[in-house]
Write a protein that binds this ligand. Structure first.
Ligand code: FEO
Ligand code: CA
Ligand code: CA
Length: 828
C-alpha cells in the first residue's frame, strides 16, 4: 500500500483519481460549454478523496493469464478479454457544424476526457507521422522494385503532401460505450475536430499560437547576448523569437494531461519534414509545396524552429486555439508528467527521446489555483527549465550486448538550470546535438577551450566538453552526466516518485532498456537534487513461464489503481523477429507487446505479458478509462517495414508484411493494407441469460473480421476469469436508520454476475449476519442497492448505536467463476 497525500496530484490521473476528478465535474457541468471550467473546480476538490478503490485492490485488468510471445499478425489479449477496433486511419467523423474530419495516421498518445462519466467521453489522440508508401505509394529513393514491378515512385504531388499533412496532428473524437460494452464513435458531435500538420486546401486551418520567452516575430532578438565564457554566471546568448503562430503541429508522439483539464501533445521527431525528398526516415519533403513553410530547411528562423515544442489543447472547448509553450524547451519531446503538491509550484517532467539525450523538469512561476482557469492556462508560459545531471553517470553501459553491466544502478543527481536563450534549440545548446535526423553532435570542445562564445556559429554546446573525471581521466561531460539511454515516457507515481522509461541505446550495448526511479530530495517537487535507482530492466528473465520471459525497449508507462505498472514496448520494427534486420537478442520477445508489472505482493517486479501487437507494430498511448473497465491501446505503424523492401509494390497487398486490422497475414486471411488503429480492450461479457447464444468475439481476431471457420486462432474463449469487484462502500447510516430502512451498498462488478451482499458483525465469539441480499447484476460497472436488516441485525442494533461490520460481496459469473471481496466499515 502506498500512502497518498490527499491534495497531491500527479501524472496521468489514472483509475479512481480520474473518476473522481472528472466525473463529478461533468455531472456538475452537464457536459456543457463550461465543462472545462467546472471540471477544474469540481475535479480538483474531489481529487483522490475516495478511498473505495484503494491501491492494492484488484482492477478489471489486473488478473489475467499472461500471453506467450507472438510473431503473428494479430492483436492478442488474454482469455476473458476482447479487443475491438474503435477507429482507424481514414475513418471519418463529423462535427455538428457540418465539417467532416478524417482520423489521422499513426495514432500515438491517447487520453480519455469523460463527458458522461465512465460511458461517454472524448479521446484526444496524437497522429505522429505519415506513411507515404501506404498513403500514396511514395518509395524512398534508393529502394527499388523487383524486375517486372511498376517503377518505384520517388516523387510526390502537392496533393499527396497535403494528404500527409492532413493525416498528422491530433484528433478529438467523441465516443460512447453501448449497453453491450462496446465503444463507438459519436458523430456528428460538437466536440469532433482535428488539428493538422499544416494548412490543407479545402479544410479549415488549424493554427497554434506561441507562448513564453521565445514568442515573437521570427528572428527578433528579444534580448541581446552577453557573451563571455560558458559556465560563468550570468552568461547569455541572444534570446531569439521563433514565431507568434504555427500553421500546424507535427511529430506528436506522446503527451499528458493537466489538472486544469487540458491535453498536452509533444512534438518529437520534428526535424526533417521540410527537407528535400530523400531516403532517410522522417524526411517527407513537404517543402516542395510553394508558399508553405516546410521549405527545404534553409536554417532561417521560423522554419524548423516552429516545431519541437509541447503543445496544449482543450478537448472540451471546440473553439480553443492550441498553444506551443516555448518555456518547456525545444527538443524531441516524448511526453509530459506533472506533479502538483500542496503549496508547491506546478512541476512537469519530460524526456528527450533519442539515444544520449536528457530528462528535463519545468518548475512554473505561477502556482496552480484550483478553479482559476485564467491563471492556470498561464502556468506553462513562465517558469524555469532544468536538465537532470546524473552521478556517477546517466547511461547504463554494458560490456557487450547481453554482457555485464559496467555502470552503477543507483546514485544521485542535480537539476541544472537551462537558460532562456537555450530554449531555442535546447539539445544543441546543452549537449551539442544538432537537430538533424541523424542526431549528430557538433565537434566537442576541449577542456574548456575552443569556441565557448554561445553567440558563435561554431559554438559546440555548454556541456559538450571534456572534464576531468578523476586522476586526469578526461571524458565528455554531456555523455557522462546528462546523456541517457533514450528517455521516453516519464510518469509520476502517487507518492511523487518519478519513473523514467529508458528505451534502449545500442551505442552502449543497452539493447533492452530499463525503468529508472527518481526521488526528489525531501520528496519536494521543486528540489534541485535527487537520488535515483534503476527499477526494472529489459531482457530475458530466465523464468520458465511463457508469459514471463521479459520485456524489452519499454516506451509508454501507465499506473493502475492497484499499484501495477503497465508498459508498452518499442523494439524497432525492422529488428523484430521475422522482419528485415531481425536481431537475435530480440528473438525471445517477438512482436511488441503490453506488459503489467505488479509493484507489491508476491509477484512484485515480474513483467506479465498482457497483449501482443500485430506484425511490425508498436502499441502506444495506453490509457485506462476512469473506471478501469477499458484499456485503450493505439496500434501504430503495422507492417511499416514494407515501405523499405525492394519487393514491396504499392497497391499489391500480397507484398505487404501486415494486413492488420482488415486481415491476418499469418493466417492468409483477407489480404488488405495495414492501417494504424485505436483499440479498446474490455472484459468479455457473456450473453445475458435467455438471449440468443452469440459467442463472444475471439480475442485473437481483430474486430471487423467475421469469425470465419478455418481461421486459425479463432476459438471461442471459455470464460475462466473470476469477476472483479471494486469500490465496495457502505453509505453512512445510523443504527436506527438501518433498522428502519436498511443500508445503501455500492459495488462495481466487471461482468454480469449473481451478487451476494452480506453485512457481518462479530458479537462476542460469533459472527452474525446483520443484513444480506442476493441479486442478479446484468450491468457492468457501479451499482448501488439497499440491503435490509435481518431479524438478528434489528435485534443487535436495538441494543447499540454503533456496530463495526464487514461488508462482504461475492460475485459469481455466468460460467460459475466466483470471487469474494470484503471491506471493514461500520453502522452508526
Ligand atoms: Fe515517438 Fe518516442 O516515440
Ligand atoms: Ca513513444
Ligand atoms: Ca516510440
Amino acid at each position: 500500500m502506498q500512502t497518498v497525500d490527499d491534495q497531491t496530484l500527479v501524472g496521468k490521473l489514472t483509475g479512481d483519481q480520474t473518476r473522481r476528478s472528472f466525473i463529478k465535474a461533468v455531472a456538475a457541468a452537464g457536459a456543457s460549454t463550461v465543462a472545462a471550467q467546472a471540471l477544474e473546480i469540481a475535479g480538483v476538490t474531489d481529487l483522490m478523496t475516495d478511498s473505495a478503490l484503494a491501491a492494492g485492490d484488484a482492477t478489471p485488468f489486473s488478473e489475467f493469464t499472461a500471453l506467450a510471445a507472438s510473431s503473428l499478425d494479430r492483436f492478442e489479449v488474454p482469455p476473458g478479454f476482447r479487443a475491438d477496433v474503435l477507429i482507424r486511419y481514414g475513418d471519418t467523423f463529423a462535427n455538428t457544424d457540418g465539417t467532416t474530419w478524417t482520423y489521422g495516421y499513426n495514432n500515438d498518445y491517447l487520453a480519455y476526457f469523460p463527458l458522461d462519466g465512465e460511458n461517454e467521453g472524448l479521446i484526444f489522440v496524437n497522429h505522429e507521422y505519415p506513411a507515404p508508401f501506404f498513403q500514396n505509394g511514395y518509395k524512398q529513393t534508393g529502394v527499388e522494385n523487383p524486375a517486372g514491378a511498376p517503377a518505384a515512385k520517388h516523387t510526390k504531388t502537392d496533393a499527396e503532401i497535403h494528404q500527409e499533412m492532413e493525416s498528422v496532428g491530433n484528433s478529438i473524437v467523441h465516443i460512447k460505450r453501448g449497453a453491450d460494452g462496446i465503444w463507438k464513435v459519436v458523430s456528428p458531435s460538437r466536440y469532433n475536430r482535428r488539428i493538422f500538420g499544416g494548412d490543407v486546401p479545402g479544410k479549415p486551418d488549424t493554427p497554434l499560437t506561441f507562448t513564453g520567452p521565445l514568442a515573437g516575430a521570427p528572428g527578433t532578438v528579444l534580448q541581446a547576448g552577453s557573451g563571455g565564457t560558458v559556465g560563468t554566471a550570468g552568461v547569455r546568448g541572444p534570446r531569439i523569437a521563433v514565431g507568434t503562430t504555427a500553421p500546424g503541429t507535427i511529430g506528436n508522439c506522446s503527451g499528458g494531461i493537466t489538472p486544469w483539464g487540458t491535453a498536452l501533445s509533444c512534438e518529437e521527431n520534428y526535424d526533417g519534414y521540410g527537407f528535400a525528398l530523400g531516403n532517410q526516415d522522417f524526411f517527407y519533403g513537404w517543402g516542395q509545396v510553394a508558399g508553405n513553410e516546410y521549405k527545404a530547411d534553409t536554417g532561417a528562423v521560423g522554419e524548423s524552429q516552429r516545431y519541437g515544442w509541447v503543445c496544449e489543447h482543450d478537448p472540451h472547448d471546440p473553439a480553443f486555439v492550441g498553444r506551443k509553450h516555448t518555456a518547456l524547451g525545444r527538443f524531441r519531446h516524448e511526453n509530459t508528467a506533472f506533479r502538483q503538491a500542496p503549496g508547491k509550484k506546478f512541476v512537469l517532467y519530460m524526456g528527450d527521446d533519442q539515444a544520449n539525450q536528457a530528462t528535463y523538469k519545468f518548475v512554473s512561476t505561477r502556482a496552480f489555483v484550483p478553479g482559476d482557469r485564467a491563471n492556470n492556462l498561464q502556468i506553462l508560459t513562465e517558469g524555469t527549465l532544468y536538465v537532470a545531471r546524473w552521478a556517477p553517470e546517466g547511461r547504463r553501459r554494458f560490456s557487450a550486448i547481453n554482457g555485464p553491466l559496467l555502470t552503477a544502478t543507483s546514485g544521485t543527481g542535480q537539476w541544472v538550470k537551462v537558460e532562456d536563450w537555450e530554449l531555442y534549440d535546447t539539445r544543441l545548446s546543452l549537449g551539442g546535438y544538432t537537430t538533424s535526423t541523424a542526431g549528430t553532435r557538433r565537434p566537442k570542445q576541449g577542456t574548456n577551450t575552443g569556441d565557448t562564445d554561445p553567440t558563435s556559429a561554431n559554438y559546440a554546446g555548454r556541456f559538450n566538453r571534456d572534464i576531468d573525471t578523476g586522476g586526469g581521466v578526461l571524458a565528455n561531460e554531456w555523455l557522462t552526466h546528462f546523456a541517457m539511454n533514450r528517455p521516453e515516457d516519464v510518469e509520476v507515481d502517487s507518492d511523487g516518485t518519478v519513473y523514467i522509461a529508458l528505451t534502449n541505446n545500442s551505442g552502449v550495448n543497452d539493447v533492452h532498456g530499463s525503468v529508472r526511479r527518481l526521488t526528489e530530495a525531501g520528496n519536494d517537487p521543486e528540489a534541485l537534487t535527487f537520488t535515483w535507482q534503476d527499477y526494472a530492466s529489459g531482457g530475458v528473465t530466465g523464468r520458465p513461464a511463457e508469459g514471463e520471459k521479459g520485456f524489452s525497449s519499454c516506451d509508454n508507462l501507465v499506473f493502475d489503481s492497484a499499484n501495477n505498472l503497465w508498459i508498452v514496448t518499442d523494439i524497432s520494427s525492422a529488428s523484430l523477429r521475422g522482419s528485415t534486420n531481425a536481431a537475435p537478442h530480440y528473438d525471445y520477445h517477438a512482436n511488441n507487446a503490453v506488459f503489467m508489472i505488479p509493484r507489491s505482493g508476491p509477484n512484485a517486479g515480474i513483467a506479465f505479458r498482457f497483449a501482443n501487437m500485430p506484425i511490425e507494430a508498436e502499441g502506444t498511448g495506453p490509457y485506462f478509462t476512469p473506471d478501469e473497465q477499458t484499456l485503450f491501446i493505439n496500434v501504430q505503424h503495422p507492417g511499416e517495414v514494407t515501405a523499405t523492401r525492394t519487393s514491396a509494390v504499392f497497391g499489391d497487398v500480397q507484398t505487404y508484411s501486415s494486413w492488420w486490422p482488415g486481415g491476418d497475414r499469418t493466417a492468409n486471411f483477407t489480404p488488405s493494407t495495414p492501417i494504424p488503429a485505436t483499440v479498446a480492450i474490455t472484459r468479455v461479457r457473456p450473453p445475458a441469460p435467455g438471449s440468443p447464444s452469440t459467442p463472444p468475439p475471439s480475442q485473437t481476431i481483430p474486430a471487423g473480421i467475421p469469425a470465419t471457420p478455418g481461421v486459425p486462432g479463432s476459438p471461442t474463449p471459455a470464460d475462466t476469469s473470476r469477476p472483479v469487484l471494486t469500490r465496495l462502500a457502505l453509505k453512512k447510516v445510523s443504527a436506527a436508520g438501518f433498522r428502519r430502512a436498511g443500508a445503501r451498498v455500492t459495488f462495481a462488478v466487471s461482468e454480469p454476475a449473481t451478487v451476494r451482499i452480506r453485512l457481518l458483525a462479530k458479537v462476542g465469539r460469533r459472527t452474525l449476519t446483520v443484513g444480506s441480499r442476493t441479486l442478479k447484476v446484468g450491468r457492468v460497472g457501479s451499482s448501488t442497492v439497499t440491503v435490509r436488516p435481518s431479524s438478528t441485525g434489528k435485534a443487535v442494533l436495538r441494543l447499540r448505536s454503533r456496530l463495526n461490520v464487514t461488508l462482504e460481496v461475492r460475485a459469481t459469473d455466468l460460467a460459475g467463476n466466483a470471487r469474494t471481496t470484503k471491506k471493514s466499515t461500520r453502522i452508526g
